[in-house]
Design a protein around this ligand. Sequence first.
Ligand SMILES: Nc1ncnc2c1ncn2[C@@H]1O[C@H](COP(=O)(O)OP(=O)(O)OP(=O)(O)O)[C@@H](O)[C@H]1O
Length: 274
Amino acid sequence: MSSVNSSSAGSDVVTALRGPGSISIRNVSQTYGNGAEAVTALGPVDLDVPPGEFLVLVGASGCGKSTLLRLIAGFEQASVGDVAVSGGSPVPGVTSGVVFQQPRLFPWQTVGGNIDLALKYAKVPKTQRAQRRNELLDRVGLADTGDRRIWEISGGQQQRVAIARALAAETSLLLLDEPFAALDALTRERLQEDLRTVSAQSGRTSVFVTHSADEAAFLGSRIVVLTKRPGRVALDISSALPRDGVTPEELRGSPEYAALRAEVGHAVREAAAA
Ligand SMILES: Nc1ncnc2c1ncn2[C@@H]1O[C@H](COP(=O)(O)OP(=O)(O)OP(=O)(O)O)[C@@H](O)[C@H]1O
């Protein structure tokens, strides 16, 4: 390789590791409590996530998935090691949008009102907010529900509003902590399908936490399985499944999806038993 090529490859790597939407986890561990009460929940973990990746963190209950997500969100500081988002320290509400298992919407606001508040918080000029709100609701399949009250819509629709609200912030990173776990199987599949499309369209980096090997195989462009507590990386694989050009039915029915689901499921069971 010539020196010109190697230096441009080097700068590509730096951009990928420090650019908007990148995540760098360096020797990170997280311990809660002190002395005899101390619980090491996570680590050590090293991960580099380039911009645009859809990373799924999967593992048994209590293995530290949410802990890692909270560190990436900046809700907590790591006991050991460094977490960088877009090349800097994560700042809650600024460097990433977050979707939780429960939608956590403002119940006294309408659907549109919830999105407006997020746009206002993101400092989107007032004159642009109505158009942005409508685009976001359209993107999550809620085009005609802007005037509905939160209690008038279903749990699945509320979670769609939560995703639209997280997208409103226009952060380069979207963090999702078991967002579909409380939903019925059909609604969950539908939201998985829509999230796959929405994330591909938005080009954002996503980190999605789940217990489910099926969900991990369907959604992830990359899948990381964590060991039982303290969570460490047991498996780190890229998915070869197509991100577009296939219907969800074709994808779910393909032998490649079945093989990936089986591989992830096997790794989760092994990691939980080890
Ligand atoms: N603030 C805290 N104080 C003490 N222990 C904590 C705290 N947060 C998490 N833990 C412990 O750290 C471990 C990892 O928790 P975490 O919620 O990250 O796991 P998880 O993989 O997301 O679990 P689940 O899938 O059940 O949500 C658990 O044993 C949990 O009890």
